[in-house]
Ligand binder design. Structure first.
Ligand SMILES: Nc1nc2c(ncn2[C@@H]2O[C@H](COP(=O)(O)OP(=O)(O)OP(=O)(O)O)[C@@H](O)[C@H]2O)c(=O)[nH]1
Ligand SMILES: [Mg+2]
Length: 272
């Protein structure tokens, strides 16, 4: 009689199940998960944010944007192991890039600090990643998603900008400017982020497509900001997003005109 050896899963020894941690009643995972929270004067909202975070998270990285309230103290009180990073530059994009650099997990999840994101959804994002996606992109407009926070003007702007990205980059997104996303850390090497403001999510969404990464949308519900005022200015930030789209588009054209550069780029992923 011949014995059948089970293949190792992702290079792990299947006989050491202790490496796998349960993240739901039906799923256990091995990769450590880091959660990055950009926060500027969000002390009042942090109790709601931390309350929803699952206890199987490997680490929480809070990027403080020079808050003048007690954001950092409250975070430390609520999650004593929190890794606090002080932001040197300005803007949400700058904060996220700083936070990503401080993460030690294999999977990184981006969560806003205003109470609009439900940490219980993280399991859906992580499930998609361990099932084969490179980038799990939250969507308020995919079936099952929703928003209690967006004004009609923001919805319209997001829809138009999303349609432009789909048309110009061959994406099939249902949402564009949404801050709840997750990805394998190796994606950062392929998207080389370089922006400072709220356009960061758009830049990520465009670059993952350009890099040929596997993107899966995750239906997500955005709740109302609980306390405090929005840092986003719809018209100003809408134009910043448009500027990023046009810049990424012209970079792509420039690459097409330079076959040598195109060949080098295609080694990192296929441009659609
Ligand atoms: N560290 C840091 N965090 C920021 C900065 N700007 C915004 N944030 C955080 O980024 C997240 C999203 O910002 P919001 O002001 O909620 O923007 P929004 O979600 O588009 O708008 P509303 O939810 O409608 O208020 C929040 O957690 C903010 O605290 C910044 O310059 N530095
Ligand atoms: Mg918000």
């Amino acid at each position: 009689m011949s014995s059948v050896l089970r293949p190792a899963i992702s290079g792990q020894d299947p006989l050491t199940p202790g490496k796998y941690r349960p993240i739901s009643s039906h799923l256990a995972i091995a990769p450590p998960v880091s959660v990055v929270i950009p926060a500027m004067n969000e002390a009042e909202n942090l109790p709601y944010v931390f309350k929803t975070l699952p206890d199987w998270i490997h680490e929480v990285v809070l990027v403080d944007g020079n808050s003048t309230d007690n954001t950092v103290e409250v975070a430390r009180e609520l999650w004593p192991e929190v890794k606090v990073v002080e932001q040197r530059g300005k803007g949400k994009g700058d904060a996220l890039i700083t936070g990503f650099g401080a993460c030690t997990g294999d999977i990184i999840v981006m969560v806003d600090a205003d109470g609009s994101a439900d940490g219980q959804e993280i399991v859906s994002y992580v499930s998609a990643l361990v099932s084969g996606a490179d980038f799990a992109k939250g969507s308020r407009f995919a079936n099952g998603g929703g928003t209690s926070d967006m004004t009609p003007i923001r919805k319209l702007g997001n829809r138009v900008l999303c349609a432009i990205v789909n048309a110009k980059f061959g994406a099939r997104y249902t949402d564009l400017c949404y801050g709840y996303n997750a990805f394998w850390r190796h994606c950062l090497d392929k998207i080389d982020l370089d922006c400072t403001g709220f356009e960061v999510e758009t830049l990520m969404n465009i670059r993952v497509v350009k890099a040929g990464l596997r993107v899966q949308e995750i239906p997500s519900h955005e709740y109302l900001r609980i306390h405090g005022a929005s840092n986003l200015r719809a018209v100003r930030d809408g134009f910043r997003v448009l500027k990023v789209i046009l810049k990424e588009r012209s970079n792509r054209r420039a690459l097409r005109r330079r076959p040598h550069a195109m060949a080098l780029n295609s080694g990192q992923g296929e441009m659609s």
